[in-house]
Design a binder for this molecule. Structure first.
Ligand code: G3P
Length: 218
């Protein structure tokens, strides 16, 4: 299972990459705003240089022609760039056009099986269903992942499933059990994955016993 990091924070990316937990990065306009750098092209290039894997940058145009022009520019920044396109009617046209030119597209803001089916047919390299935002409105985000994985298997689509809007460690467990290709995980959730209270408790007991041995006679 591949881990992408859902952030535009270069320090977090460098740290998590050094641990071997970063196979790629996904950004969006909100994450770019959070990173606070106006030179977004330069930032994406720097992220690509660190990650040496797929890095998604999102278009902000809303019409197909604008999305294609912006997508071509983003793809030209670095060979690792993947163009993120919102899954709208105009977006679908742009996904087909960019994919037809050999540019890898990540179809984003996906909330239904039909949207996932359409973007696979249009040639998207990746699909990003947002599980956390579905959970937020009382729907079952992971059920959508299960359905998309099944549909893609039924028809042998090559489009890779990126579980997005991951909010907590159970989203990662469920993604792995369902066989999703990738989870794109915020840095704070990556850090939670390693934590277990029994690990901390066990380590504290080992250290206490070790200190007793060092302090004792003979
Ligand atoms: O990359 C997009 C997606 O992961 C957003 O997550 O937490 O803003 O719903 P969130």
């Amino acid at each position: 299972m591949k881990f992408f990091i859902d952030t535009a924070d270069l320090d977090d990316i460098k740290e998590i990459k050094a641990m071997g937990m970063c196979d790629g990065v996904t950004t969006n306009p909100s994450l770019m705003a959070k990173a606070g750098r106006k030179d977004t092209d330069a930032l994406l290039r720097e992220i690509c240089a660190v990650v040496q894997g797929p890095v998604s940058g999102e278009v902000t145009a809303l019409d197909a022609e604008g999305m294609v022009a912006e997508g071509e520019r983003l793809a030209g920044l670095d060979p690792h760039m993947v163009v993120k396109i919102p899954t709208t009617y105009e977006g679908l046209k742009a996904i087909a056009a960019l994919s037809g030119k050999g540019i890898r597209v990540n179809a984003t803001l996906v909330f239904s099986v039909n949207q996932a089916l359409l973007v696979a047919k249009a040639g998207a390299a990746y699909v990003s269903p947002f599980v956390g935002r579905l959970d937020d409105v009382g729907e079952d985000g992971m059920q959508l992942i299960s359905d998309i994985v099944e549909v893609y298997q039924n028809y042998e689509y090559d489009t890779e499933v990126i579980v997005a809007s991951v909010r907590h460690p159970m989203h990662v467990v469920d993604s792995a059990l369902l066989g999703a290709d990738i989870a794109t995980i915020p840095p704070q959730v990556i850090r939670k994955l390693v934590a277990h209270p029994l690990t901390d408790k066990g380590l504290a007991a080992f250290m206490a016993d070790w200190d007793k041995l060092q302090g004792g006679q003979g």
